[in-house]
Design a protein around this ligand. Structure first.
Ligand SMILES: Nc1ncnc2c1ncn2[C@@H]1O[C@H](COP(=O)(O)OP(=O)(O)O)[C@@H](O)[C@H]1O
Ligand SMILES: [Mg+2]
Length: 220
């Protein structure tokens, strides 16, 4: 079904074929731009989520975009209508980090990868966290599917709309998480609803990712 949406500036954007699907939304090609994709939500975002996305799109900068598929423009069903998705840089030629740390997948997809490659990947994962933290935000839901790794060891984070975002003091929380990347002191929480994470909670997830990358996908 061909579909035309509009950016917050009123520019028409045609939506192409579906590239991927997650729990919250699907990601589509944008035929007019080979470097961008559109994420559209399965369920219309509420006012708070719309404000989060508008804030994110208005604060996209070169440092963030170097490490994160960060929203660049909100998308609307009509000019001036509600936010139903956003444009972000397209991530291509990269695999989720679990494909890199699993020795079997690594042999297949990164046959030339040795220790130097793994060290660069670990370094670049750390730099991606540093960039998010330097902007006042927290990744929150650290997991093996969000860190996309290239054959050049470059790392780009996807699913940034679920980050914990500090919009000049207004907190947009990340209310999900994966237990095996969650620090011990949060293991007893019944849910992340209303829970404000710190950069140190992220750092626990970072340490686990580095351990996985350097030790063949094992959990410490
Ligand atoms: N920037 C991107 N470029 C290309 N594909 C992407 C991008 N972001 C997400 N995808 C694809 O879309 C899928 C779902 O995106 P994600 O943001 O994880 O959705 P959700 O938040 O709904 O779980 C991903 O697993 C990936 O395959
Ligand atoms: Mg998500």
């Amino acid at each position: 079904m061909p579909r035309t949406l509009y950016t917050s500036r009123g520019t028409a954007v045609d939506i192409g074929r579906e590239l991927g699907k997650g729990g919250e939304g699907s990601v589509f090609d944008v035929p007019s731009s080979s470097s961008q994709v559109a994420k559209l939500y399965h369920k219309a975002p509420d006012g708070k989520k719309q404000a989060k996305l508008s804030f994110m799109a208005s604060t996209a900068d070169a440092q963030l975009l170097n490490y994160v598929a960060w929203p660049q423009e909100t998308l609307h069903p009509s000019r001036g209508g509600p936010v139903i998705g956003f444009l972000m840089p397209k991530v291509s030629g990269k695999n989720p980090v679990h494909m890199v740390y699993s020795p079997a997948h690594r042999r297949q997809d990164y046959p030339k990868a040795a220790w130097d490659f793994l060290l660069y990947v670990a370094r670049n994962i750390a730099a991606s966290f540093k960039t998010v933290h330097a902007h006042g935000h927290v990744v929150g839901d650290v997991n093996q599917n969000s860190f996309m790794v290239g054959r050049d060891s470059k790392v780009v984070l996807i699913d940034s709309d679920s980050f914990q975002v500090n919009a000049r003091g207004t907190m947009h929380l990340c209310e999900v998480g994966v237990s095996h990347f969650t620090p011990p002191e949060l293991q007893t929480l019944s849910s992340f609803d209303g829970f404000k994470r710190t950069t140190n909670h992220d750092n626990f997830g970072l340490a686990l990712l580095i351990f996985h990358v350097l030790f063949g996908g094992r959990h410490p």
